[in-house]
Each structure stands twice: as C-alpha cells, then as structure tokens.
Ligand binder design. Structure first.
Ligand code: PLP
Length: 389
C-alpha cells in the first residue's frame, strides 16, 4: 500500500507548511552543476524566501553551493544579518534614500540607478569610514527599474568621482527569459552586452556581471556571465513549461492540516458562508480543516480544489473561510475508483504536496487560481507555521 502523509503538526495549530531542506539542498546542487567553474550562484531569498522562510533556507543554500544572496527590501536584508548570515547580500532595487545608514550598518549592497541615491549613500559610507559597495542596475527593456542601457557610462563617470562608492556588480533583468528564441529577450541581451562593452571601453570596471534569473539560467547558458540569480528554481518549481524538459527539480514546500471535526450531514444540509454547497446524497462526510484564505488558501479556490487524504483526492466544498474550510469525503462510494474509508479527527490532509501515489502541485493550484506558482508559495508562507524536515 502507498505511504500516506505522516508528519508532526505544530503544538499550537493543526495547519502548517512543511519545508524539505534536503530537497532545497538538491536543487541548489542541481543549479550549481549547470554553471561553469567560477560562475557564482546568487540565491534569491526575497519575500521570506518565496514563503519558505528566509533564514533556514539561506543557510541551507549557502552551505550547499550558493555564494551570495538577494532580497527585495532593506528589512529582509537586516533579518538575514541578524540571523547570523555574513554572505554578500544584494537588494534588488534601489531602496529609499533614508535607508542609507541601515545599509551601511548591516553591510547590505543596494542596487543603484540614480545619482541622488548614490551620492547620499557614498557620503554616509565615507562618514562611517567604509566603502559603499553597490550593483548598478540597468534597464534594458523591462521598464521596471535601472538606468537606461545607453546612459550607464554617464552615470558611472559621475559616481566614480566619489571616494565612498565602489561598483561591485552590474546587472539587468529579463522580461521574457522563459521564452525560447524570443525577440525581446535577444534585444535586451544585446543592449546589456553593449552597455557592458561600453563601460569596459571607457575604462570602468563593471564588477560582477549578471543577468540570468531561473529561466535564463536554464535556457540561456550563453549569458551566465559571472553570476546567476536563481529564485523559484531553488524552491523546486519551474518558472514556465519551457524549462520542465531541461532540468529535474524537487518541490520544497508542502502544506498540510489535520481534520478538526467530522460530521455525517443530512442530505440537503448546507456548508459554509452562503451555503453554496448542499450535501447531495447519503454517505458523504464533511470534514473541517483549520486553514483558510488568511493562510494563503485563496478564496477563489472555493468549491474548486482537491485535497489529499490517505493518498486519495477529496473535493473542497463550500466557501473557504478566513481560517478554516471544509471538504467532502464520499465514503465507500460505489462511484469512486478507490473508495475512501471514513475520515476521523486528526487525519492528515495535504493541501499541497505529495501523499501516497498522488501529489497536488503548486502549478495545479496556480492554474485553478489563475496565477503562477510564485504567488501560491508566497501566500502560503504568510501566516502558517513552518516545520523544517
Ligand atoms: C525575483 C528576481 C530574480 C529571481 O527570479 P526567479 O524567476 O525566481 O529565478 C532575479 N533577479 C531579479 C532582479 C528579481 O527581481
């Protein structure tokens, strides 16, 4: 018989996120093995490591081959430093000018693309007797952040006068790295290359040159350059269908709960707010699990998502509440290919992850929600306690 999910719930709540650090380690090795010797791996741990928990994930990645870390906000960088991490940390956008003292105190490298920010940062670094290291962000066509690709030399010429500043790296970000032979990608790469060439031609050292995210790293090894910035792939998820045949990844996050209540309702009984589900026949159990939309289980999934119990699929029914939801088990149904035996309080329910021979993937949930796996895992990370296994 197939092995069903058996895991420890936290003491205080029967719903939790399970983080498989061994899978995280394997994925880190997998990405490291794609890189030529000397190419650095920057692990992107923004948004609490895509909901997986920044500190344990960062430590695991650093001990299995990652060289540097990237975050989105200053607070995320501070959290890593206070958690005892001393690897280089890049902030992927230019933070507010008011944050410069925190950046210097915690040795966090900002991305820079305006002279206003850079000068204040350089002054603060000089006043503290330190060097303000930064990465120059270039907009090569995504229209999100960075200095225009054809203005980089002017900015460097201005910034290099400042004794408090040092350019530690130069990078751009692709909008369509997940497409194979895409015209926009080719144009962005061409602009990036021309910017780097222009810097070198004018005698500026660009530092560490980097542009590939997860799909770029997998599909475009020609532009790994000095470093790649990998996020989603390290968490075992594919950024797009194009990368699936290229690389094998192990999902790191599972989401589980335990049944808190079970009833055998009457035919016609309603379930949850609005009573959008009514029990259609006998021999249906309605079970409650303590996880809801405030835990990242989007209300848009109401009545339209599976859960796994004892390795079998059951249908979630009724509106998903803020902290709880219900599912129906068609017990001993003659209709079912593998009839489920009755559910009991304490049974483990898998909302995302493997149980027995089956698995509910982040991609499946994303498809049902009309979003991408990135958002699914970020959302599950918001409130649920994380158990590291
Ligand atoms: C989020 C982010 C990444 C990582 O992207 P993935 O697709 O998760 O690998 C890399 N670079 C920048 C600038 C980012 O914002």
């Amino acid at each position: 018989m197939a092995k069903t999910a058996k895991t420890a719930a936290p003491q205080t709540r029967w719903a939790w996120v399970e983080i498989d650090l061994a899978a995280l380690r394997r994925n880190t090795h997998t990405f490291k093995s794609l890189l030529d010797r000397g190419v650095k791996l920057m692990a992107v741990v923004k948004a609490d490591a895509y909901g997986h928990g920044a500190i344990p994930c960062a430590k695991t990645m650093l001990s299995s081959g990652a060289d540097q870390l990237a975050v989105s906000t200053v607070d995320e960088g501070v959290e890593l430093r206070e958690g005892g991490i001393d690897a280089p940390i890049l902030i992927l956008s230019e933070p507010p000018i008011d944050s410069v003292d925190v950046l210097i105190a915690y040795d966090l490298m900002p991305s820079v693309f305006t002279s206003d920010f850079a000068l204040v940062y350089g002054e603060a670094a000089a006043a503290a007797g330190k060097i303000g290291r930064y990465h120059l962000a270039i907009d090569t066509g995504m229209t999100r952040t960075g200095i225009r690709w054809d203005e980089v030399c002017d900015l460097r010429a201005f910034l290099d006068f400042h004794r408090g500043l040092e350019c530690a790296g130069t990078f751009t970000h692709f909008a369509t790295a997940d497409e194979v032979s895409d015209w926009d990608f080719t144009l962005q790469l061409k602009r990036f290359n021309s910017a780097i060439d222009a810097l070198r031609a004018e005698g500026f050292d660009p530092g560490i040159v980097h542009c590939d995210n997860t799909p770029g790293t997998i599909l475009h090894p020609e532009c790994h350059y000095d470093m790649v910035r990998v996020g989603i792939g390290l968490y075992g998820l594919h950024p797009a269908h194009t990368t699936i045949p290229r690389i094998e990844l192990a999902p790191v996050m599972s989401v589980r709960a335990k049944v808190t209540r079970v009833v055998w309702p009457e035919v016609g009984d309603g379930v949850s707010y609005g009573m959008h589900y009514r029990v259609p026949r006998r021999n249906i159990q309605i079970a409650t699990i303590p996880i809801g939309y405030a835990d990242g289980l989007s209300r848009t999934l109401s009545g339209n998502m599976p859960v796994l119990v004892k390795g079998l699929r059951c249908r979630q029914v009724g509106s998903i509440c803020m902290d709880q939801c219900m599912f129906a088990a068609d017990v001993n149904s003659v209709r079912a290919y593998r009839p489920i035996s009755s559910i009991e309080v304490g049974d483990v329910v898998t909302i995302m992850g493997a149980d027995g021979d089956d698995a509910i993937t982040a991609d499946e949930i994303a498809e049902l929600r009309g979003t991408i796996n990135y958002e699914v895992v970020c959302d599950f990370g918001l409130r649920l306690e994380k158990i590291y296994v």
